[in-house]
Write a protein that binds this ligand. Structure first.
Ligand code: NAD
Length: 358
């Protein structure tokens, strides 16, 4: 079979660090195994435009592997051209780079390595909340500049204790974020999700569900976004919803950049409606040099915790999603059942309720 993988370039770092498995250099560690089974394996980071390796090879590929960190966008048009495609594997979590409705129609399966990096992301979210609330980045930058003016950074630094923290999406990541926040003695942990948590799970972290989104955001000091990107969440956090946030709230989004309206977020930070915004996901990846999220600031010159998309690609996570990708392929080649939690789209139907209410 022809296996096509779109991964990110690792460069010198990937040559020096073989644990950077999600790169074009280290190829998820599966080339020798795939070739020993007689399969053809094409790996590239070249994914944009009709002459890209991705678009040229998708037409007769049987299997597509992509990572959300550098996704090959499999649109409905490309799906129509991909005559041999049977299965798409996401090396990680989050398959919004694939037109899932078109995959259902064409009976192309879509699988993720579910759970492979949920702890990695949850830890990043907790870190991001703390660095915003405590005004960490401007304080560190002051030190690197050689300055020392405590009041300049203390004037916008708070404790997380006593604040209301809410997650949009209380699945694997959202729940783990709330779990990890328990010892901080927040005033309350709340969530917004069309799927209520099982009673025992909600009780274990004393989480309260709020059913209306505007009502939910108006109660939060900190909002963290942990739902997939789909037609019901694209642009969910826009200028209108931001008006309902508490003035000076902090917003952390490690889910997908396009869940937030980029210009509306930048304007809310500039006006002080948001005190801070942090995350690792962007509406365009790689983010252009002039993307407003790179340099946006609150009125006191801080509040920006943005980094490149890496929260879910720690070396620990890469080991898990590389192993998980191999095991999905093994099941596929040997006609064995897949782990049910990994199946986003089965043959001709959605197997998850996380990508929208259908
Ligand atoms: P999950 O499927 O366990 O949980 C997702 C939750 O979101 C579900 O409970 C679902 O009901 C809820 N949801 C869906 N639509 C919603 C909506 N409109 N409003 C409120 N809730 C909604 O998924 P997960 O493992 O927690 O991952 C969540 C997302 O995080 C992924 O889809 C991916 O986009 C993102 N992610 C990012 C990284 C990273 O490196 N930044 C890594 C992994 C995952």
């Amino acid at each position: 079979m022809k296996v096509l993988a779109i991964l990110y370039t690792g460069g010198k770092a990937a040559q020096e660090e073989p644990k950077l498995l999600g790169t074009i250099e280290n190829q998820l560690g599966i080339r020798p195994w795939l070739e020993s089974l007689g399969h053809e394996f094409i790996v590239s980071d070249d994914k944009e435009g009709p002459n890209s390796v991705f678009q040229k090879n998708i037409v007769d590929a049987d299997i597509l592997i992509t990572t959300p960190f550098h996704p090959g966008y499999l649109t409905a048009d490309l799906i129509a051209k991909a005559k041999n495609l049977k299965i798409c594997v996401t090396a990680g979590v989050g398959s919004d780079h694939i037109d899932l409705n078109a995959a259902v129609e064409r009976k192309i399966q879509v699988l993720e390595v579910t759970g492979s990096n949920v702890v990695s992301v949850a830890e990043h979210v907790v870190m991001s909340i703390l660095l915003l609330v405590r005004n960490y980045t401007p304080a560190h930058e002051m030190i690197e500049r050689g300055d020392w003016q405590v009041s300049e950074v203390a004037r916008n630094a708070y404790d997380l204790e006593g604040k209301v923290v809410g997650t949009i999406g209380a699945g694997r990541i959202g729940y783990r974020v709330l779990q990890r926040l328990l010892p901080f003695n927040c005033k309350e942990l709340i969530y917004y999700d069309y799927a209520p948590l099982p009673a025992e799970a909600a009780k274990a972290i004393s989480a309260r569900r709020v059913e209306d989104l505007k009502d939910f955001v108006s109660q939060c000091d900190v909002v963290t976004v942990n739902c997939p990107l789909h037609e019901g969440t694209r642009g969910l956090i826009n200028a209108d919803l931001l008006k309902h946030f508490k003035k000076g709230a902090w917003l952390v989004n490690t889910a997908r950049g396009a869940i937030c309206d980029a210009d509306a977020v930048a304007a809310a930070l500039k006006s002080g409606q948001l005190r801070g915004y942090s995350g690792d996901v962007w509406n365009v990846q790689p983010a252009p040099k002039n993307h407003p999220w790179r340099t946006m600031k609150n009125p006191l010159g801080g509040g920006n915790g943005m980094v490149p998309h890496y929260s879910g690609t720690t070396l620990d996570a890469q080991a898990r999603y590389a192993a998980g990708t191999k095991s999905i392929l093994e099941n596929f080649f040997e006609n064995k059942p897949q782990e049910p939690a990994n199946i986003i789209v089965g043959v001709g139907k959605y197997e998850t309720k996380a990508y929208g209410q259908r």
